[in-house]
Design a protein around this ligand. Sequence first.
Ligand code: SAM
Length: 274
Amino acid sequence: MTPTPDAMSPVSRTALPVVLVRAHESTRPEPLFTDPYAARFAEAAGLPAELPERARREGLAAALAVHIVLRTRYYDDRLLAAGTEQVVLLAAGLDARAYRLDWPGGTRLWELDLPPVLEFKEQVLDAADAVPSCRREVLPGDLLDPGWPRRLVAAGFDPQLPTAWLAEGLLVYLSAEQAAGLLTAVGSLSAPGSRLLMERGRDVSRGPEDPALAHVTELWQGGLGPETDQWLNAHGWQARTTSLAEVGAAYGRPLPEGAGRTSGFIEAVRTAEG
Ligand code: SAM
């Protein structure tokens, strides 16, 4: 049966433009990463083969595309540098890191997301005969359901071992209360030395800048907003933020003068017991 993303909710469909950007980056000369599965997901989802023109020019679509490319490479590097045996991708969407990164032997990786997106993902990966480079397990479910930590542990996750957690492109879709609840659950599963990667929270109160992207930006609730790092520091983590401008400069993709100073990425290290 041909997989389709039809059953996905609007928030799950936000995983589709992300793979389109990754597919486009993978075809560029000197890409920051190569994701051979991104184009397969895009094709199976019936997306156009090319990135829309507006995402190549200026404005919000282009800024989001740059953000996705830089964060993908940044998180690739930070997840591998974490050197933990356990990796958890919260809201994994169509992230193919389990397949495309060179994980050390013995790495276990769990992917959590809503059932329709993972169903679509598994069908495409199966059709591609994809083989993960780690021990991968998929846990379909709602991260707002308080039962997910129990299900993760039942799937072999050990809370006594340090873990690298990734929440890429997730918290902006949650309210402050939902984000705090989710991060509290993550903290309770995190042995000292665990690492948590995510975007610096965004102030979504200013509203969408591009009506063509309203179907995405109207889903933004802002999570814990620009104070996300302060929340983490008060809840057993030590957070460090790297701005988008710094990441762009480090990877040879400098941003225009003055851009990328308020957005960026947080890497938090667990200091306290859960
Ligand atoms: N992390 C992936 C990436 O960067 O490729 C996907 C990012 S996509 C923008 C947002 C993802 O969050 C979607 O896959 C969506 O299904 C997932 N998501 C949103 N709310 C969720 C929830 N309550 N439980 C599980 N997943 C959720």
